[in-house]
Design a protein around this ligand. Structure first.
Ligand code: APR
Ligand code: ZN
Length: 253
């Protein structure tokens, strides 16, 4: 394997992508840091800076503790996630067009949709902050409506249909993934000529398992990340660098 970040590595990755008729993509928080959204485990990550925050970010704590819910709504009401815009990395991936098998993102920021990746080829496997959902009756709605209620003074707005607890339509620790989404992700890793993993530490399963599925299926695996990941040893080529800059080089559009 060529030295991560070397010209040889860039040329190999660009060549693999140019000759691929189908590409599966897995993105993580690292592709959105250039849009002003912090990642989790990078040097300035949310969990890196406050390890206790990871423990609090789980479903049972959210449902059991009204203070955790009030804090979550307060933070959400001022989150940079709602004003963030896609960056060059999101836009480079959107140039894949019909060659995109499936883009699986662990991100909840909705930036791939905004960048033009078609919804029918996108799996937001950890959900989205742009909708709310009711824990009790399953009702859903636009997050903008719930945030209007919070900004109007409701600190922990109940479901307007059943009075139950509402949360963002994201998958918290302690919740299981949507099985159909995971099946699509695993099928993409097995079927596409190339799996391109961008801006993810590849530490959270079962999604990180896409790398192993692709490698076992004899597919090429390209990892683009600012620092080494847990699965670099399974890659055909590793590119150490920024997602935006690297993707614009290997996906010239
Ligand atoms: N370019 C490339 N890589 C970057 C950039 C960048 N501009 N910024 C950060 N990174 C790298 C970091 O070095 C880190 O290795 O992106 C990686 C992001 O890893 P994590 O913070 O672990 O995020 P992610 O892999 O998406 O986490 C998976 O864990 O906490 C849960 O649900 C959460 O979806 C998240 C999941
Ligand atoms: Zn409800």
């Amino acid at each position: 394997m060529p030295e991560p970040g070397s010209t040889a590595a860039l040329d190999l990755a660009a060549g693999l992508l140019a000759s691929a008729s189908s590409v599966a993509v897995l993105t993580g928080a690292g592709i959105s840091t250039d849009s002003g959204i912090p990642d989790f485990r990078g040097p300035n990550g949310v969990w890196t800076r406050d390890p206790a925050a990871e423990a609090r970010s789980n479903f049972s704590t959210y449902v059991a503790d009204p203070q955790v819910r009030r804090d979550a709504w307060r933070i959400r009401a001022s989150s940079e996630m709602f004003s963030a815009l896609p960056n060059e990395g999101h836009r480079s991936l959107a140039t894949l067009g019909d060659r995109l098998h499936t883009l699986v993102t662990q991100n909840i920021d909705g930036l791939h949709l905004l960048a033009g990746t078609p919804a029918d080829r996108l799996v937001e496997i950890h959900g989205t902050v742009h909708r709310w959902e009711c824990v009790d009756c399953g009702a859903r709605g636009p997050m903008s409506e719930a945030l209007e209620r919070v900004r109007a003074g409701e600190e922990d707005p109940p479901c307007e249909f059943c009075g139950g607890i509402i949360k963002s339509a994201t998958i918290l620790f302690g919740q299981s993934l949507v099985s159909a989404d995971l099946a699509r992700a695993e099928r993409a890793a097995a079927e596409a000529d190339v799996l391109l993993a961008v801006g993810t530490s590849l530490t959270v399963y079962p999604v990180a398992g896409m790398v192993d599925i692709a490698a076992r299926a004899g597919r090429s695996v390209i990892i683009v990340n600012a620092e080494p990941t847990a699965l670099d040893h399974r890659a055909t080529v590793v590119l150490l660098g920024s997602a935006a800059g690297t993707l614009s080089e290997i996906l010239p559009g």
